[in-house]
Design a protein around this ligand. Sequence first.
Ligand code: PBG
Length: 331
Amino acid sequence: MNSGSFPEVRPRRLRATPAMRRLVAETRIDPAQLVLPLFVRDDIVEPVPLQAMPGVVQHTFDSLGAAVTEAAEAGLGGVMLFGVPADSAKDARGSGATDPDGVLNAATRVAVAEAGDALVVQTDLCLDEFTDHGHCGVLAPDGSVDNDASLERYRDMALEQARAGSQMLGLSGMMDGQVAAVRGALDAEGFDQVAVLAYAAKYASAFYGPFREAVGSTLRGDRKTYQLDPANRREGVREALLDVAEGADVVMVKPAMSYLDLVADVSASVPVPVWAYQVSGEYAMIEAAAANGWIERERAILETLTSIRRAGAEAVLTYWAVEVARSLKGL
Ligand code: PBG
């Protein structure tokens, strides 16, 4: 009889060779499970490199087209577009977000034309890039973010994004009721095939720091009255359940690495796909440490993505998507 323990039981057998480890790996990453976030500006003639995110740029419409082609060739599942309007195009209600010719909607048309059926073109649905105050919604007279008035803007924004050809809307504003509001607006106009990705458990995180440079954020203050408190785990699951009840097709946890408990909890609690967003600060930390020779860059990147998948995320938004997809395919 096997004793059920050492010396008969030797877990190291399954780790002995690369072939054995490959065979018993519980978690794999497929390029189709990676989504590349892309930043687009309409007031530049050359791509602009981002200081705090080495290797990431703000795209022109031309370089956006090339980036989408590259993403498709690498086998990515999708791209997520963020518009970066000129400061002069920003106002209190974020009018650029609902302008059919606003930077994000125009960029969406470019990306959709380039992508064809090769990958899913997704768009960030939030007002922060378009408002002069930098908040994710419109403000009440007392300066607070007005939830229900913001929903009106989200409905209009959703329709313009759908008209531009976006196949999946990334609702990242953290307003109460945003999923139901957008779903209702889309369905009423015949866009019942446009999917809603709800940033359900989005935390008020310091790890968004470099992103604020990427989108030229004008925010003063913080987003703590609408994004989740990093102290709260149960509340993140509650948000995900509410979004599913409102009709979310996919729910997201964001950031990823400091919130793997949420990824695991949410994936155990909802009947829809769960994604995670490896955010700008997560990218910047590894790039900075690697640039100093303090960490093995490629191993660290793969380890983080594997861990996010292992925790329960089916897909991951990551700025390394193309590089990782290529290396997975041995290119
Ligand atoms: C809001 C939005 C943010 C990010 C994605 N969508 C910033 C914020 O909430 O302040 C952050 C992404 C990242 O840091 O990579 N439109």
